[in-house]
Ligand binder design. Structure first.
Ligand code: NAD
Ligand code: UD1
Length: 339
C-alpha cells in the first residue's frame, strides 16, 4: 500500500496527516475544494517534507471530477477528511451539512468501488456519543441522541460505511472518533486557520492572546464538574495524524470494519485550559462567564485503550505542549495562511 488519496487534505487535520504520510514514505494525492482551506498549505507541506503532493481542486460531490482523479491515480486507500464541521452552523444550515457530508460520502464511496478502491479511513467524532452514557467513553458506549445535524451526519456516514463493508467484505473501513484536536505542527508552519470568528475554544483563546479578540467568553460555569466549566479531551493534532498511520497498518491487515476512539483519556476544564495557555504564552487571557452554549455537554473524554491495544497507538503530547504549539502557530501566522 503506497498511494493514499486524502480528501480534505489541505484542512487542519488533513494537512498534518499528509505530512506524516509523506514522512513515512507514502505517496499523497489530495482532493480538496478549498471551501475551508488555502492553497498556501501546499507550499508549507513542500517546505516541511521536500516532497510534492498531487493536488486536485475537486468537490467530493462532483462525480465527474472524482472520476477524473481515480482514472489518473490508482489509489490503495482513501483517508476521508472532507466535510463541514461547525456544530453550531449545522443547526442553521442542515441541508448543506447533509448534502456535503452524507451526499459527498455517498458519491465518493460509489466512485471508489467503481475503481476497485475499497479501503477507507473515516474522520468521525466524539460528537456521535451525544451526552455520553458513561465516562470515560469506550467504543461500546451507545450513540446517544445526537445534539445537532453535524453529529447526525457523522453518525450516518459511519452507518453507511459499516453497512457497505458488511455487504461487501472486500472493504476495509476504520472509523476514527476524534475527541478535541488542538495544537499545530512543531515548526509553526501548519495549524488551524478558522474563517471568521472561531467556534472552538483553542483558536478563540489564541486570537485573544494575540489581541484580535478582546476576551474569551466561557460558556457556563454551572456544570456538574469540579470548577463548573465544561470538560473535554484535548488531543494534539500530530498525535491524531499519527493515529491515521496506525490505522493504515490495520487496513493493510484486512481488518474489516473497526471503530477507534482517538483521545488522550484525560479531560481538562475550560478554566484549566485557560491557565495552561497563559503558561504557554506568558500572557493573561481575560475572560467572562456567559450562559451555557446550546448543544454542549458537561464532560466528554475517551477511554483510548482499544486504540492502544489494537493499533499500538497512544497520544504522546501533554496539554502544555499542545498550547505551546498552538501559540507558536498563531504567533508566526497572525493572519493564518493569508499573507
Ligand atoms: P477542516 O475544515 O480544516 O478541513 C476539511 C477540509 O475539507 C477543508 O480543507 C475543506 O476545504 C475540505 N472540504 C470540505 N467540503 C469538501 C467537499 N465537499 N469536497 C472537497 N473538499 C471539501 O476540518 P478539520 O478540522 O481538518 O476536520 C477534518 C475532518 O475531521 C472533518 O470531517 C471533521 O468533521 C472531522 N472532525 C474534526 C474535529 C475538529 O474539532 N477539528 C473533531 C472531530 C472530527
Ligand atoms: C465539538 C464536538 C466535536 C466536534 C467539534 C467541531 C462534542 C462532544 N464535541 O467539540 O466532536 O468535532 O465540536 O466543532 O460534541 N468553549 C467556551 N468558549 C468558547 C468556545 C468553547 O467556553 O469560545 C467551551 C465549550 O463550551 C466546551 C469547550 O470549550 O466546554 C470546548 O468547546 P469546543 O472547542 O467548541 O469543542 P466541542 O464543542 O467539545
Amino acid at each position: 500500500m503506497k498511494k493514499i488519496l486524502i480528501t480534505g487534505g489541505l484542512g487542519y487535520i488533513g494537512s498534518h496527516t499528509v505530512v506524516a504520510l509523506l514522512d513515512a514514505g507514502y505517496q499523497a494525492i489530495v482532493v480538496d475544494n478549498l471551501s475551508n482551506s488555502d492553497k498556501e498549505v501546499l507550499n508549507r507541506i513542500k517546505e516541511l517534507t521536500g516532497k510534492q503532493v498531487s493536488f486536485y481542486q475537486v468537490d467530493i460531490r462532483d462525480r465527474a471530477g472524482l472520476n477524473h482523479v481515480f482514472r489518473k491515480e490508482t489509489c490503495d486507500c482513501v483517508i476521508h477528511f472532507a466535510g463541514l464541521k461547525s456544530l453550531e452552523e449545522s443547526i442553521y444550515k442542515p441541508w448543506e451539512y447533509y448534502d456535503n457530508n452524507v451526499g459527498g460520502t455517498l458519491t465518493l464511496i460509489d466512485v471508489m468501488r467503481e475503481y476497485g478502491c475499497k479501503n477507507m479511513i473515516f474522520s468521525s467524532s466524539a460528537a456521535v456519543y451525544g451526552t455520553p452514557e458513561q465516562l470515560p467513553i469506550t467504543e461500546e458506549c451507545p450513540k446517544g441522541e445526537r445534539m445537532n445535524p453535524y453529529a447526525q451526519t457523522k453518525s450516518m456516514q459511519e452507518q453507511i460505511l459499516m453497512d457497505i463493508q458488511k455487504a461487501d467484505p472486500d472493504w476495509n473501513v476504520v472509523l476514527l472518533r476524534y475527541f478535541n484536536p488542538i495544537g499545530a505542527h512543531k515548526s509553526g508552519l501548519l495549524g488551524e486557520d478558522p474563517q471568521g470568528i472561531p467556534n472552538n475554544l483553542l483558536p478563540y483563546i489564541t486570537q485573544v492572546a494575540i489581541g484580535k479578540l478582546p476576551y474569551l467568553k466561557i460558556f457556563g460555569n454551572d456544570y456538574d464538574t469540579p470548577d463548573g466549566t465544561g470538560i473535554r479531551d484535548y488531543i494534539h493534532v500530530l498525535d491524531l495524524a499519527n493515529g491515521h498511520l496506525k490505522a493504515l497498518s490495520r487496513i493493510q491487515a484486512n481488518c474489516g470494519c473497526e471503530v477507534f476512539n482517538l483521545g488522550t483519556g484525560t479531560g481538562y476544564s475550560v478554566l484549566e485550559m485557560v491557565h495552561y495557555f497563559e503558561q504557554a504564552c506568558g500572557k493573561k487571557i481575560p475572560y467572562q462567564i456567559e450562559p451555557r452554549r446550546l448543544g454542549d455537554v458537561a464532560a466528554c473524554f475517551a477511554d483510548p485503550s482499544k486504540a492502544k491495544r489494537l493499533l499500538g497507538w497512544e497520544a504522546q503530547n501533554g496539554v502544555l505542549e499542545m498550547c505551546k504549539d498552538a501559540w507558536r502557530w498563531q504567533n508566526k501566522n497572525p493572519n493564518g495562511y493569508k499573507k
